[in-house]
Design a protein around this ligand. Sequence first.
Ligand code: SAM
Length: 288
Amino acid sequence: MTYEAAGRLYVVATPIGNLGDFSTRAGEILRSVSLIAAEDTRHTGVLLKHFGIETPQLSLHDHNEKQRVDDIIQRLKRGYSVALVSDAGTPAISDPGFELVRAVTAAGLEVIAIPGPCAAIAALSIGGLPTDRFCFEGFLPARGAARRKRLESLSAEVRTLVLYEAPHRVRETLEDCAAVFGNERSATVAREITKMHESTYRGPLGELAARAATDADVGRGEIVLLIGGAPPEAVEESGADGHGGRLDRVLKLLLAELPLKQAARLAAQITEARDNEAYKRALLLKQT
Ligand code: SAM
């Protein structure tokens, strides 16, 4: 069902550090809507004041998004448009907004993007690592063991990885990445993009980790970490399977003869890998 006279939900990107990046269209939309749903109304208040926008705001953050959804849908159905903004960048990208967008589309209402800054895309555009395919992982788990486990699950990823990281964890994360992906894997730290102290560090993970240990600037401000993908031949031949390459070799032989599940189960028994580990590797080998 669609509502002809219904309002629209506009998902509006805002600057990630430089107010000059606020688009003309973003300004027009924020001025014209009935309400701005903002991650932090005080934060967005500063932006609105700067551009002389007087539209009322409603807070919508991770802890109240579900409750706010119904109110916003009712408002849209009554014909009033609403804009969604987050503190910086594109809403719903490691920011609140996904639940609202999903509910609004499920209600048959229109959602319109007002695109603009996004730290992940900005970092990719200057990172110097392949951008034809990439894999956005957002924030890693904060705790050491869970973070390592997540990284291990990504060690055979052939696409460029894009991670967001809090400044106080950059050093540890680079060390963990170097340990899991190897010191030689290419990486880029894009820091304070669009801001006064913007800087970009490029090099092998081992070097970046060593630099982060001695140069406090690497861990200051906001950061996007890009990690080059695993070379496809390394995925197949090196120890990327966590078993010195043995699991992959056995899997390849078995996959040539057997269905995937059976090959994975047998390979797990032969190499003493875990069943789900062998299954994941089998899926990956089938794709490459
Ligand atoms: N929705 C935002 C976007 O579109 O990029 C991301 C929000 S997320 C909560 C915040 C994270 O984005 C930061 O911890 C940092 O990793 C990254 N980030 C945001 N602004 C940045 C900037 N100016 N330079 C580098 N990274 C930035």
